[in-house]
Design a protein around this ligand. Structure first.
Ligand code: NAI
Length: 329
């Protein structure tokens, strides 16, 4: 197959280059896929895409006209893809359903610890040779209630890690995982009860029509004063303005954000040479109790290797049998 890779970055390209073979011709484009760049896909059977690419109806129709039959997503999430239109156009779409849930769960824990123990503030202070401790007090994780929303692959690993900190673990999910209850004492509750009783809340579920703005002003009002909220799932699961209001009022005591509702075109890119155009993001960067990483929770060697292998496997299966076990449509 002839495969065009869009939004290829310095961090993932080497993992695909390692898997180059006679079987496929791979061409790498730095460009993000959108209406203007879709023409680059002319003459390719398959394209391999990242979460920063746009895969809406207009783009899919262009891809169809250019002869693209397969879209291999280099991600777990597929909320950025119009699957219905892809099916209508007979374009197969597959994702990488699992690469390393450890990468994202561990990043979540890194955010919890960094926010709680004010590591960024402390480091900045020490670098200025200010060795005072005022304002750096945290809390013991031992015995605190952590609410995990979404106990799939990532939420399950997070449960296991936090059990090691002796946290009291509660969860909300539409499906319950029995082994998490027996192995780690995890207790499933309603979303409302989770919001009312958690000291820390972590979001680990997909973005879809049911979960869009799941965390909104109504849910936040139920939360404990000073709650810590961590989002390593998808930006649109929280109503960003409601979160900002709650940070200003002190309702949310700290916020760890690896994903942002309006991240497209900003996260993953160096924007340091131009003024930031997004006032909401600019405001979020000013809060000392908000820790922001630009969608980097997945960024480990193991995860990148897993993404590359599964992406190429999906393409190999399409080449051989016309379908892949990870087909979404
Ligand atoms: P998964 O599919 O294994 O687990 C998702 C869980 O969410 C499932 O248990 C499911 O039942 C639950 N869920 C779905 N809809 C729900 C609803 N309406 N209410 C309550 N629970 C619901 O997915 P996995 O691998 O754990 O990933 C979770 C999400 O993490 C992905 O969908 C993706 O958006 C995000 N992610 C973020 C990354 C990052 O770098 N920040 C990297 C990889 C994934």
């Amino acid at each position: 197959m002839k495969i065009a890779f869009f939004s290829i970055f310095g961090f993932d390209k080497p993992f695909f280059e390692k898997l180059k073979s006679e079987q496929h011709e791979m061409v790498f484009f730095n460009e993000q896929l959108n209406k203007c760049t879709a023409q680059l896909a002319k003459g390719f059977d398959a394209i391999a895409l990242f979460t920063s690419d746009t895969v809406n109806e207009d783009v899919l129709r262009l891809l169809h006209n250019y002869g693209v039959k397969y879209i291999a997503l280099r991600s777990v999430g597929f909320d950025h893809v119009d699957l219905q239109t892809a099916s209508e156009l007979n374009i197969r779409v597959a994702n990488v359903p699992e690469y390393s849930p450890y990468a994202i769960a561990e990043h979540t824990v890194a955010m919890i610890l960094a926010l709680n123990r004010k590591l960024i503030l402390a480091d900045n202070r020490v670098k200025r040779h200010d060795f005072s401790l005022g304002g750096l007090t945290g809390f013991d994780l031992n015995g605190k209630t952590v609410g995990i929303i979404g106990t799939g692959k990532i939420g399950s690993v997070l449960t296991k890690i936090l059990n090691g900190f002796s946290c009291h673990l509660i969860a909300y999910d539409i499906c319950e995982v029995e082994s998490l209850k027996t192995n780690y004492g995890l207790k499933y509750t309603s979303l409302d009860e989770l919001c009312q009783t958690s000291d820390i809340i972590s979001l680990n579920l997909p973005l879809n029509k049911d979960t869009k703005h799941l965390i909104n002003a109504h849910q936040i009002a139920m939360m404990k004063n000073g709650v810590m909220l961590i989002n390593t799932a998808r930006g649109g699961i929280v109503d960003t303005q409601a979160v900002i209001d709650a940070i200003k009022s002190g309702k949310i005591g700290s916020y760890g954000m690896d994903v942002y509702e309006f991240e497209k075109g900003v996260f993953f890119f160096d924007k340091s040479e131009t003024p930031l155009q997004d006032d909401t993001l600019a405001l979020l960067t000013t809060f000392s109790n908000v820790l922001i990483t630009s969608h980097q929770a997945f960024l480990t060697n193991e995860a990148l290797e897993g993404i590359a292998k599964t992406t190429i496997n999906n393409i190999n299966q399409w080449a051989k049998e016309g379908k892949s076990i990870n087909d979404l449509n």
